[in-house]
Design a protein around this ligand. Structure first.
Ligand code: DIG
Ligand code: MN
Ligand code: MN
Length: 389
């Protein structure tokens, strides 16, 4: 097996909309011809190391397809998946493309739009379940506002909660076994998107009727757009047992959503993310919600897909080396001073713990004067990433 090819532990996936992105942007039309889902499956099959393909309902079945057209598309795609050894781990609904959703889907001020969004999502869940998907993502690209003059933001939260409670029951009624994964983004395409970060989503999940069915799908670019540390957001999701899916890509902060190849912008952040995921045994999909530069033809798109996978595998190897590096680990131990007796006190409140903690005499100046070797530790980390360690 070639160096840096995935093992069976890495479930790398791409969306039909990612490698099938035709390169349109707000200032220019397509630069690549539109591929069919069958052609996309073939392209990913030829890349190597790809576990599966995800889709929005309308990536696969056009919104106005007739039942006969839909049946043929589904049949052909199932064959293409089998021919290329691919599965469908995740499905989702396009609740952002059609004009009906211009002021939101589940959080639209118009009850008829909210009802249509539910109808469309149930049909999309049926489709995803038909392909065996077990994760269902909700990204509310249009759930928000440009001005808060039109809607009370608490109304939007109530509507979104009602929709998720309804759809959790729809999944249970049909024994689909879906785990719902909520994906946050602070803005774009709306001026402000409700529930802007993964942290917001984690808080919102606890207000649902079936919180155990609902987790998060953090995306690198989306927390980076908000100027946040993505790895810390993923850590909170792991801590809460809610990391149900993850969208990997890359982003230069302070720009539009760039959805770059994984590791293409901030290799240090990507390294700490890969380390966190592997240190904590994350075994869900590693979904590259990213697309190739507009400069590329489809050979370039394959280079993009291979680059996502290789960068992840290279960083996984670097993380293992970092964990095994004696000098690095010694510096970590110097910084993180454990004390079993004190640790026991923190996690077991008691009168005795209070008395003991109150009686301890701390040498505050000495503790404050202690040098913490972060400069050396970070330099060694950077040198490992730069390939000279
Ligand atoms: C954008 O980051 C969103 C959509 O591409 C999709 O709904 C979701 C799933 O990856 N991510
Ligand atoms: Mn994105
Ligand atoms: Mn995404």
């Amino acid at each position: 097996m070639a160096k840096y090819s995935p093992t069976k532990n890495e479930k790398f996936t791409f969306g039909l909309w990612t490698v099938g992105n035709v390169g349109r942007d707000p200032f220019g039309g397509p630069v690549r011809p539109q591929l069919t889902p069958v052609q996309i499956a073939k392209l990913l099959g030829s890349v190597g190391g790809v576990h599966g393909i995800n889709f929005h309902d309308n990536d696969l079945v056009p919104i106005d397809a007739t039942p006969a057209e839909k049946a043929k598309i589904v049949k052909d795609f199932k064959k293409a998946l089998a021919d290329n050894g691919l599965c469908v781990p995740m499905a989702t609904t396009n609740l952002f493309g059609d004009p009906i959703f211009k002021d939101g889907a589940f959080t639209s001020g118009d009850a008829r739009v909210r009802a249509y969004a539910l109808q469309k999502t149930m049909a999309a869940m049926d489709l995803g379940a038909e392909f065996g998907a077990k994760t269902y993502v909700f990204w509310g690209g249009r759930e928000g506002a440009e001005t808060d003059a039109g809607k009370d933001p608490t109304e939007g939260l109530k509507h979104f909660r009602d929709a998720l409670n309804f759809l959790c029951q729809y999944s249970m009624q049909n024994n689909y076994g879906f785990r719902f994964a909520l994906e946050a983004k602070p803005n774009e395409p709306r001026g402000h998107i409700y529930l802007a970060t993964t942290g917001n989503m984690l808080g919102f999940i606890e207000t649902l009727d079936y919180p155990e069915m609902v987790g998060v799908n953090p995306e690198v670019a989306h927390e980076a757009i908000a100027g946040l540390n993505f790895t810390h957001h993923v850590a909170q999701a792991i801590d809460a047992g809610k990391l149900f899916h993850i969208d990997l890509n890359d982003q230069v902060p302070g720009r539009y959503d760039q959805d770059f190849r994984f590791g293409a912008a901030d290799i240090k952040q990507a390294f700490f993310l890969v380390k966190l995921l592997n240190d904590h045994g994350y075994n869900g999909s590693l979904h590259f919600d990213a697309h190739a530069y507009r400069s590329e033809d489809y050979e370039g798109v394959k280079d993009f897909a291979r680059g996502c996978i290789r960068s992840y595998m290279i960083l996984k190897e670097k993380a293992a080396r970092w964990n095994a590096d004696k000098e690095i680990q010694a510096l970590r131990a110097e910084i993180n001073v454990a004390d079993a007796k004190l640790d026991k006190l923190f996690s077991n409140f008691s009168d005795d713990a209070v008395k003991t903690l109150k009686a301890i005499k701390f040498d505050r100046p000495k503790l404050g004067a202690r040098g913490l070797p972060y400069e050396k530790l970070d330099q060694l980390t950077m040198e490992l990433l730069m390939g000279i360690r």
